[in-house]
Design a protein around this ligand. Structure first.
Ligand code: FES
Length: 134
């Protein structure tokens, strides 16, 4: 396989984009997951007016996983938390077009970590609401 010729432009852009690889000190949502392959993905969400305003991540793992994480960041930006739950590994695979057959699990792992960050937002929300009520 010729890497540069055989990958889609989406894949190449998502594999090498670096501006979302950031650790947020006080994220509104955080999720971390390690796959069977040993790779780890962490997501940090920043929420504004109930919308996902910024998504950043850290990947310790392969380039495919980085491409998946950038895609999730792209797809999630501007969505409500409820809508973001609808983003699936298939959406990521469709967007990237050329994620290698034997690396579909990278999309699964990435979405798994992302879902954990979404549920942590919802936990946080509940806490805030409780604090307001009492
Ligand atoms: Fe492990 Fe990419 S090879 S998630």
């Amino acid at each position: 396989m010729n890497f540069w010729q055989d990958h889609s432009s989406h894949y190449l852009a998502m594999a090498f984009k670096t501006d979302n690889r950031e650790i947020l000190a006080k994220p509104d949502g955080y999720g971390k997951k390690t796959g069977d392959c040993g790779d780890t993905v962490e997501f940090y969400l920043s929420i504004q007016n109930d919308l996902i305003e910024y998504v950043s991540f850290q990947v310790q793992g392969c380039m495919n996983t980085t491409a998946c994480a950038n895609t999730v960041a792209l797809l999630a930006k501007g969505k409500s938390i409820e809508d973001a739950w609808n983003i699936t590994p298939e959406d990521v695979i469709d967007y990237l077009e050329t994620l290698p057959e034997d690396h579909m699990h990278c999309a699964e792992l990435t979405i798994g970590a992302f879902y954990l960050s979404l549920s942590s937002c919802q936990e946080l929300n509940k806490k805030h609401r409780k604090e307001i009520h009492h």
